[in-house]
Ligand binder design. Structure first.
Ligand SMILES: [Zn+2]
Length: 152
């Protein structure tokens, strides 16, 4: 008995047990499918959430850059620097320009004046260009040039 109702020869009365068995088999495989999908979805969400909780932050007092800071779950912004115990960690903007107008692959992280309630434009301490909210990347050809230079 393989439990598949469709295998019952035609003309023969349907065996109730076979129907129940095949229904059980379908329900079981559905349950397994749902379980696998749910488990995968949960896993994917957890992984994405983990990745999104690590950010580059800059200490507004010491200038320290922490490239992969784990954002605390229940903590007000700005976050506390574990080294100093002071709430001076801010999310920076990234500047990918060099002084001589080329692109670089490792950005300079800059906290905007706006974020710190300071007046005036924010200038990158490295290249002197203005840094803005969602600071734009240099053009693609300059980035490609930087990537080529890095490979040499
Ligand atoms: Zn810069």
């Amino acid at each position: 008995m393989n439990g598949i109702a469709a295998d019952v020869p035609q003309g023969q009365t349907l065996d109730r047990r076979k129907v129940i068995l095949s229904a059980t088999a379908v329900a079981l495989s559905l349950a397994v499918l749902v379980f696998v999908v749910l488990k995968y979805t949960l896993w994917a969400e957890t992984t994405a959430a983990d990745a999104s909780r690590n950010r580059a932050v800059v200490d507004s007092e010491t200038g320290e850059v922490i490239l992969s800071f784990r954002i605390p779950e229940k903590s007000a912004y700005p976050w506390e620097n574990p080294k100093t115990g002071r709430k001076t960690l801010y999310l920076p903007e990234s500047c990918y320009w060099t002084k001589d107008g080329k692109a670089k692959l490792e950005p300079t992280y800059v906290i905007l004046n706006l974020v710190l309630d300071k007046p005036g434009k924010t200038l990158c301490p490295d290249c002197g260009r203005e840094v803005v909210v969602h600071n734009p990347m240099p053009p693609a050809n300059l980035l490609q040039e930087a990537a080529r230079a890095a490979r040499k």
